[in-house]
Design a protein around this ligand. Sequence first.
Ligand SMILES: Cc1cc2nc3c(=O)[nH]c(=O)nc-3n(C[C@H](O)[C@H](O)[C@H](O)COP(=O)(O)O)c2cc1C
Length: 218
Amino acid sequence: MTHPLASLLRSVPSFPDQLPSFAVDAAPDDPTALFTEWFTAAIDAGVTAPHAMTLSTSGQDGVVTARTLILKDIDEHGWIFASRDDGPKARDLGANPFAALTFFWPAVGRQVRVTGPVRKRPRADGEADFLARPEGSRASAFVGHQSEPLESLEMYRDAYSEATARLAEKPTLVARTWNTWALAADRVEFWQASADRAHVRLEYRLHGHDWQRGLLWP
Ligand SMILES: Cc1cc2nc3c(=O)[nH]c(=O)nc-3n(C[C@H](O)[C@H](O)[C@H](O)COP(=O)(O)O)c2cc1C
């Protein structure tokens, strides 16, 4: 007997019983410092892929799309991610450079939300990121056609084998379409779940060059 989906959905907890506290008064001035603290705590708590985040974009037609990406770094340009520049997300960012990133770390009941404008980084950054990728990931980036309809799994496997062979022959090859982007955060929100539902939200907003902090109603 299978459970109806609705009751199954109601039966699963969102957070563990034990949750960390969030001392908002001791929060650092810069959201990157707090993100680094929370990221380290997520690793310590055993969160799988804490560097995975949802990137939400919208295109010229206003249609919103979201997908998971890996955060590569946070530097003076922003929150860095890498991808192909000939697929849907790149087209969206070309039409509307404003995007959002969302991290959810269930084991610690934490969410981080980031918004801001996105700019493509110079070609050299994309090349460096590509060369730092594991062999299999480099081959898959080489195949191309990402997010286009695929006739059969064999077709992809053949293209992947061909890309693997080309890279084995010349390991310094770089996919022309691989690029990095930086989201220059203007708002970063830290959300901490609490067992008594008094969830704590601290928002950093950029005013000029300064971050201002404030609590939000949960
Ligand atoms: C955990 C995880 C990490 C991913 N990391 C990346 C990434 O760093 N770069 C990327 O282009 N796609 C990544 N993907 C695949 C994307 O979610 C997405 O399928 C792909 O980029 C195509 O997106 P688009 O059609 O919106 O352009 C990842 C998927 C998962 C589940």
